[in-house]
Ligand binder design. Structure first.
Ligand code: 13P
Ligand code: SF4
Length: 305
């Protein structure tokens, strides 16, 4: 651990702060985490928080908001107020409320990659680790689904009897769209006989169809431990590769395409993490009426998954 990492560990102990870290954070931040995980695992962890005096969330805005919604009495801070997921901003309230008016009988399933205001209008939230299960369990003919159309494609393939109504029409993650149709991943597979290709459900449909496995980041962490493949081509944001390599030194993890970097996740640095622990800011706030309604849809997801 470097000097700054040691100071972070020390101060978080002094302040009884819990450091929740998403798999896409840089390796140095992953190393000081109290808990490192995918969106669903982090929601669960946030729900379980009891004795910490403060939660410091190293991830993006919607994740920190979710932690706040689940812990309204606790101080939640995010080291950079600029860690804003562009996909979460793609769903406007107008589009969502219009769809609800047009399809009054359809339940609304929203990816956790949405702002609390949108979650407040949802029947249930979902993550890439449970979206198909949630949609299936609702037992409806039509489901309003958003904002990620590629995650919708993943769900639609596994739950073909349900018609998904997309809000917005083409919500997507720029980082996973950048990975394209998986052409670069397939070239690497040919160059590395016996390798496996993984795609995240936010990847384009063509990439999902070509991949050996379509997995959330948490699913990738688990499969990395059990697969017999020695080389794995990873179709997601590059931060996860640091974790996979650290936990599985006997295997080789190659990015499906170079430079798949989420700028929002990388707004968080060791320096601003340290400063946010010292200054206990920027504080994440969610208005009570929105938080109370958003909590219902998040808790419904946690019960159903
Ligand atoms: P996971 O839930 O798989 O960690 O994904 C979160 C995310 O934002 C992917 O872009
Ligand atoms: Fe948002 Fe994509 Fe970054 Fe995930 S990887 S936080 S969906 S921009």
């Amino acid at each position: 651990m470097n000097e700054l990492q040691k100071r972070i560990v020390e101060i978080k102990k002094q302040k009884n702060a819990l450091l929740l870290v998403h798999n896409y954070q840089i390796a140095e931040i992953q190393e000081v985490a109290d808990f490192l995980g995918d969106s669903l695992e982090l929601c669960r962890k946030a729900q379980e928080v009891k004795d910490a005096d403060m939660i410091v969330f190293c991830g993006v805005d919607f994740m920190a908001e979710t932690a706040k919604v689940l812990n309204p009495e606790k101080k939640v801070v995010i080291p950079s107020a600029k860690a804003i997921c562009p996909m979460a901003g793609m769903l406007s309230m107008d589009v969502l409320l219009d769809a609800k008016k047009k399809y009054p009988d359809a339940p609304v399933v929203l990816y956790v990659n949405t702002l609390a205001e949108a979650k407040a209008e949802a029947t249930a939230t979902c993550t890439s680790a449970n979206a198909d299960k949630i949609v299936k369990q609702l037992g409806a003919k039509q489901v309003i689904f958003g904002p990620d159309k590629n995650l919708g494609y993943y769900v639609q393939k596994r739950v073909p009897d349900v018609e998904l109504i997309y809000v917005p029409e083409d919500g997507h993650c720029r980082v996973h769209r950048y990975l394209g149709d998986g052409e670069t991943a397939m070239k690497l597979k040919v160059e590395n006989p016996g390798s496996e290709v993984w795609a995240h459900p936010e990847c384009e449909p063509e990439f999902q169809d070509r991949a050996d496995y379509v997995l959330s980041t948490g699913g990738m962490v688990k499969r990395a431990k059990t697969t017999s493949a020695k080389t794995i081509i990873v179709g997601t944001e590059e931060g996860l590769i640091a974790r996979l390599q650290r936990e599985n030194p006997d295997k080789t993890f190659l990015p499906a395409k170079d430079y798949a970097v989420c700028g929002a996740m990388k707004r968080i640095t060791l320096e601003n993490l340290y400063m946010s622990l010292v200054g206990e800011e920027p504080v994440v706030e969610v208005p009570k009426d929105i938080a109370d309604r958003a909590r219902v849809s998040i808790e419904r997801m946690l019960e159903m998954s």
